[in-house]
Design a binder for this molecule. Structure first.
Ligand SMILES: [Zn+2]
Length: 314
């Protein structure tokens, strides 16, 4: 930036803007960077600060106290007693407060609050309706490329395929964008098939436009409502526990390949755990968006007394 910048003053005259060099406390800087997190609650409604503190005091997996400072407009600064506690909170996220997604970020040196990027947040996405032989790391990364950032999958190192048929990927997605619901899978010998996503610990989102932070009845994207009819709904929320989608058809295919004895034993274990209901994925049913969302929210509030979707709460 130029040392002197001309700006338009309140009186309409052009004035010179002075440049100042201010003191910065190194100790405070170090404490902010190592011990603090700044949070943004993704909601068009304000969350009461005292309520937020009470919820997180119960929910976060740390023994000691932590400081909370209200920065206004759903921004909060948290200061922890140790770096370990801060990392523990990050590790066990994502977190929601009163069903509102909360993005946690480090506060970079010399950055202003407005300069901190809260646009991306990490979620685990479960992926359904994939042919078994396609459930590998290469394809996990390819599916992850649909999102702004692919982080990792649940496929272990050296694992050629996810034999239990359950693929999930951790991705960073834009919190302002509509949720991605899936993709069309091109196959060599069959028609296109639909692969669909379910999001783990998904907080409040709009069943009309698919964005976080507001319910359908408060949606400001009415133009998209017709276009997106039945695209979004409670079926995009993933079950909280791992479920296998192994079927008896897959069982037979497994027996036909690889080490017969090991394959049969492994397949028996998998089939024992399989559940045909898991493949019923909540495919778009015709629903009344507002009514459905209200019922879901009421049910969630009844069950989820701590209003927290962190790891400790599932
Ligand atoms: Zn909306």
């Amino acid at each position: 930036m130029e040392p002197k910048e001309v700006i338009n003053g309140l009186n309409g005259k052009h004035e010179e803007c002075v440049t100042l060099e201010l003191e910065s406390d190194d100790n405070i800087n170090a404490a902010i960077m190592s011990l603090s997190l700044v949070g943004k609650i993704i909601s068009e409604r304000s969350i009461k600060f005292s309520t937020l503190c009470a919820i997180l005091n119960r929910a976060w997996p740390i023994k000691g106290d932590f400081e909370s400072h209200d920065l206004g407009k759903n921004f909060v600064l948290f200061v922890f007693n140790s770096e370990k506690e801060k990392q523990e909170v990050l590790l066990q996220g994502p977190w929601s407060i009163q069903d509102k997604h909360t993005v946690l970020r480090d506060w970079p040196k010399e950055a202003t609050l407005e300069e901190i990027d809260f646009s991306l947040s990490e979620f685990w996405v479960q992926i359904y309706n994939l042919p078994l032989a396609m459930i590998n790391e290469k394809n996990a990364a390819k599916i992850g490329s649909i999102f702004p950032k692919y982080i990792k999958s649940n496929i272990n190192e050296g694992e050629q395929v996810k034999w239990d048929g359950f693929l999930k990927i951790k991705v960073a997605m834009r919190v302002d964008d509509p949720l991605k619901t899936g993709f069309n899978l091109k196959r060599e010998e069959s028609d296109l098939s639909m692969v669909y996503f379910k999001y783990e610990r998904m907080p409040e989102f709009c069943y009309s436009c698919g964005r976080l932070g507001h319910p359908a009845k408060e949606c400001g994207y009415k133009d998209e409502k017709k276009m997106n009819k039945n695209s979004y709904g409670p079926w995009l929320r993933a079950p909280s526990s791992k479920k296998s989608i192994t079927s008896h058809v897959m069982h037979r295919r497994v027996q036909a390949a690889g080490d017969p004895e090991n394959s049969v034993k492994a397949s028996r274990r998998r089939v024992k755990n399989s559940n045909i209901e898991d493949r019923k994925t909540g495919l778009a049913a015709v629903i009344n968006e507002d009514a459905e969302q209200n019922v879901s929210e009421q049910a969630a509030n009844k069950v989820n007394t701590s209003f927290c979707y962190g790891e400790m709460c599932t």
